[in-house]
Structure formats: structure tokens, C-alpha cells
Design a protein around this ligand. Sequence first.
Ligand SMILES: Nc1ncnc2c1ncn2[C@@H]1O[C@H](COP(=O)(O)OP(=O)(O)O)[C@@H](O)[C@H]1O
Ligand SMILES: Cc1cn([C@H]2C[C@H](O)[C@@H](COP(=O)(O)OP(=O)(O)O)O2)c(=O)[nH]c1=O
Length: 204
Amino acid sequence: MREITGKFITLEGIDGAGKSTHLEWLRETLVQRGHGVVVTREPGGTPLGETLRGLLLNHHMHLETEALLMFASRREHLAEVIVPALQQGKWVISDRFTDASFAYQGGGRGIDEGRLRILEDWVQQGLQPDLTLLFDVPLEVARQRLSANASLDRFEQEQQDFFQRVRDAYLRRAAQFPSRIRVIDSARSLPAIRAELDTLIAGL
Ligand SMILES: Nc1ncnc2c1ncn2[C@@H]1O[C@H](COP(=O)(O)OP(=O)(O)O)[C@@H](O)[C@H]1O
Ligand SMILES: Cc1cn([C@H]2C[C@H](O)[C@@H](COP(=O)(O)OP(=O)(O)O)O2)c(=O)[nH]c1=O
């Protein structure tokens, strides 16, 4: 297998935390530094993954089916997009990755963490992001930001207690992997957040 020479950055947080807002800025900043950059997302990132995303965001399904499809989409994404780009020395930025499965399917839906770890090992075979930016905001702030958005998907329509469990699970995971997952206080102004992101990516 070819060596991995690129860097893998993932963005995480509850819906409305501000991930998408920072994604384009991050891409431009890395391009300005001379890196080849691939921006992608989960669920999705490949033609098959985008079809699975449509089902995951709109169809009701058993909670374990949901978890399995998230990892099926991820398997395809790694094989078709993430690993080849990293082998070419590119920097890959993914809007969500496996921490989202631990937060939403684990924390939110209550799937046993051990089962998710089996899927993680199977699909990733040890590959982990170099840096995960966890955009963290209180639920009320995220809800207010989302309310500007007219059509909410199956996850965004969940109740506050669901998002509280998701946020708590993200923060537990950040405490478990402190050198990989950096918690960004996303209730601050955009310039303040960008200054912190700048420092974090400079350290990669
Ligand atoms: N730091 C911030 N301050 C004020 N508004 C923000 C901030 N970050 C994001 N927003 C706004 O909140 C909304 C949701 O942000 P978005 O990036 O789409 O969230 P996510 O991708 O995490 O669901 C958008 O309207 C965005 O402009
Ligand atoms: C990657 C992933 C996403 N999700 C959920 C979280 C989000 O609510 C949803 C779609 O993510 P996202 O792309 O952040 O939604 P949007 O485009 O509306 O900002 O998928 C999981 O539940 N598990 C996962 O493993």
C-alpha cells in the first residue's frame, strides 16, 4: 500500500454549531499555504455515499440500520476519496467523520459504544484524522442558528434532549482523545474562532 503523506482534518459538532461556516475559510487558508486540498463530507463524499445520505437524512429506519449505513458510506468514502488523496499528499477536510457516529448513533440513539468500535476498526483499519475540530456551542445557540434554516432533515428535527446527549458524547470523546480532538468554543465571533483555527492548523 502507498504511504500516506497528506493530512486528514475532520470537522464535528451538533447541527448549527458552525462547521459549514468555517469549512470554506479553512480550505482557502490551506490552499494559500500551498497545499492541495480535498473538501468532502459524511454521510456522502462519493456517488454511492450521496445516495446513502439521501436515505439516511430522509427515511425512517432501525437505529442499527442507520449506524451500519453510516459506516458503509464511510467505507466507500475512505476507499474512493480519502485514502487516495492522502496517498497523493493532499490535505483532506471532511465535514464530519466517525466521531459523529459515536455522538449521534452512540450518544443520541443509544447504540452500544463497543459495537461502534468494532465498525470503526473494520472500516478504518487504524486510520484516524490528524486533527478533529469540535465546534461546541450550547444547545440554545445552535437551535437559534438553525431556526433561520427553513427545511430541517430527520436529525435536525430531533428534540433538545437528543442534542444534549449528542453534545455530551462529543465532549466525552474529546476528553478521551485530547491530542486529536480540539474543542472550539463556537459561540464566539467568527474572527476569534478563525484566529484559533489558524494556530491549530499551523501546528500540523
Ligand atoms: N460564530 C458564529 N457567530 C454567529 N453566527 C454563526 C457563527 N457560526 C455560524 N453561524 C451561523 O449559524 C448558522 C449555522 O451555521 P453552520 O455553519 O451552517 O452550522 P453547521 O454546519 O455546524 O450545522 C449559519 O447561519 C451561520 O452563518
Ligand atoms: C457522519 C454522520 C452524520 N450524522 C448526521 C449528523 C447530521 O445531522 C446529519 C447530516 O450532517 P451535516 O452534513 O452536518 O448536515 P447539514 O448539511 O444539514 O449541516 O448526519 C450521523 O448521525 N452520524 C454520522 O456518522
